[in-house]
Design a protein around this ligand. Structure first.
Ligand code: URA
Length: 217
């Protein structure tokens, strides 16, 4: 088993709320149907959005309650961009957008070149004015970290104000790799599993997230 670098571990926000853990357990079960896997992923993603936005800036606005005027806080959701790493990242979008409906959405598509094993970009579409925005990159699994690292490198070229990485599951190998490449990018995850297998799958994990979301197994 690979040990987690303590500095890398300090960069990980492990969301161990009982609701999150309960739903994740249901998703891990091999008998979970595509429908219930997707439904649970939506719920879990909205709970994770609550955590990943905990330090979002708020503005004071003057409003009127039925009884009096008050100064209250609001967020500017439009300043946030959720960037989905295709295709499994799309499974997280509905849940996070249900709680931050004004957020913008970017997509990045990467495949692994079989000869070099490097991540090669085939799609990249971000909203305008990225330099004014906070980015949350979403992908259910942070496994080898190769595509996450390549995605963050590419997004950094757009000079956003901040970048966070949101996943459901990760492992020591993914945490160490991401920290080595991008120590300034905090990871939000619902679990740190034991290890990666030789095929790049997380153990015990939940299998291929994309196949389970889209029913393509
Ligand atoms: N991607 C997946 O979908 N599952 C894993 O276990 C690792 C990477």
């Amino acid at each position: 088993m690979t040990p987690i670098n303590p500095q890398a571990r300090a960069n990980v926000h492990l969301v161990d709320h009982p609701l999150v853990q309960h739903k994740l357990t249901l998703m891990r079960k091999k008998e979970a149907s595509t429908n219930s896997f997707r439904h649970l992923l939506n719920e879990l993603s909205s709970l994770m959005a609550y955590e990943v936005t905990h330090d979002m800036a708020t503005q004071d606005v003057e409003i009127e309650t039925p009884l009096e005027t008050m100064t209250a806080k609001m967020i500017d959701g439009k300043k946030l961009v959720f960037v989905s790493i295709l295709r499994a990242g799309n499974g997280i979008l509905d849940g996070v957008l249900s709680v931050v409906p004004g957020a913008r959405v970017g997509h990045i598509g990467l495949y692994r070149d079989p000869a070099t094993l490097n991540a090669v970009e085939y799609y990249f579409k971000m909203p305008k004015f990225m330099d004014e925005r906070d980015v949350v990159v979403v992908d259910p699994m942070l496994a080898t970290g190769n595509s996450a690292i390549a995605a963050v490198t590419r997004i950094k070229a757009c000079k956003p104000k901040s970048i966070k990485f949101l996943c459901l599951l990760t492992c020591p190998e993914g945490i160490n790799a991401m920290y080595a490449a991008h120590p300034d990018v905090p990871i939000y995850t619902a679990a740190i599993d034991r290890e990666l297998n030789d095929h790049g799958y997380i153990l015990p994990g939940l299998g291929d997230a994309g196949d389970r979301i889209f029913g393509t197994q």
